[in-house]
Design a protein around this ligand. Sequence first.
Ligand code: FRU
Length: 483
Amino acid sequence: MKQWTREERYRVLKSADEIIDLHEKTKLSPYRQKFHIQSITGLLNDPNGFVYHNGEWHLFYQWCPWGAVHGLKYWYQIKSKDLIHWENVGVGIKPDTYYDNKGAYSGSALVTQNSIYLYYTGNHRSEDWIRTPYTCIVNLRDDGTIHKYSKPLFGPNENYTEHQRDPKIIYNKDNETYYILLGAQNKQKQGRILIYSSKEFNKNYTFAGELKVPGYEDFGDMWECPSIEHIGDQDVLIFCPQHLHIEGRNHYQHHNGYLIGHMDYDTLTFHHDGSFHELDFGFDSYAAECCANIGDPNKAVLIAWMGLPDASYPTDEEDWSGCLTMPRELTIRDRRLIQTPLPSFKELRDERLDLKHDLPRACELDLYIEGSCQINLFKSSQTDGLTITYDEESKDIVIDRSKMTKRFNIEQGETRKRTLLRSLKHLQIFIDSSSIEIYVNDGDALFTSRVFPTNEEHGLEIKGPVTGDLYRLKDAVIDNFQL
Ligand code: FRU
């Protein structure tokens, strides 16, 4: 595996010519996705600035152009009219000022005054590599031009460590105030959320205080990508606590989960019902971002990075890494977040195939279950592939990817288990060239994972009382080079 020097990782991209060959090479990979957003070259991580404006969905991703390595981060811009077909637009935010000299880190978007504003973390580092995070703002105008403010909104808070980032902008109508949440770490190395507020969206922010989350004072050493979404009549606090061991999550240490409750902006307290829920029970999901300005107060759209910090993937050898999950409809049922495929994904259905057919590279399995069963996906004459096992008595559903030829991140465990509250009845499984998303009982659970089948691994075997359909899916990705 290539060893990267700091100079190589943090090299500034000066012209498209520098990576056009890399893009040509990347395009040839058998693991390029057919209906998921993926890195144009190099590495993709968090989704950023997801917002709906003038009939289009705008989205960005954290992007390091040079290879499968975390280095200098840009915001790469994409857009869509239907959340399925995405157009590569080009670089959105460049790390080209003093404040963001070593990266334009994650953040969010707000539509105000009929224009899009993007809030991000300027990752400044000195010659001695001392980090200073700044909260910065840019305006994405309707003509597509991007205007960066010359000064950040505010700098670091001296009472916390260097880890202060990922601004989430929220407008609270009740008191007509803008709030910026920042993921942070206190000096005792505990995860926190800092809150800044202002009456104006683009100036005069002051530190309002720490978000109080009773019972969660010692829950991981850093909270990344925080957000509070208002869905129906409830608030949801979504965040990524790091370096935290949670029972039943093997050696996983970075999580993406949520609490449901009520946000009190007067006391800066998130009142909740006690339980931290994982957003996803699969292997590879992190840094979820929601788009809430969709005209329906009971719903949002969620998209996440289909990857994890401190992990590596088989395509690292091909010098690219990372894709996003499908965008999903987000609602609340029985005080749980429910993620379901957007109904419009049915448009991708092509030929309907028999359940005895091999798996096409991109396909959907729509299965109805009547009892204990086992489903082997990507089976070959040599290997058992990925196994989904359901036991009607215990209501356990277990995903095991240890029998695939290409194994990775083994130290984080190769099985994932979820005990369902009611019997398994329905599975919707979306398979792309290098990923699988398993939707359980229309939102009871979700398992999202990368998977890298070899050319021989395309068999499907189902044992037990299972009926349903297999659909080949049409391509939605245009893998073009746009800078
Ligand atoms: C989460 C994260 C963010 C940060 C970004 C840098 O994956 O570490 O906290 O802003 O990635 O790319």
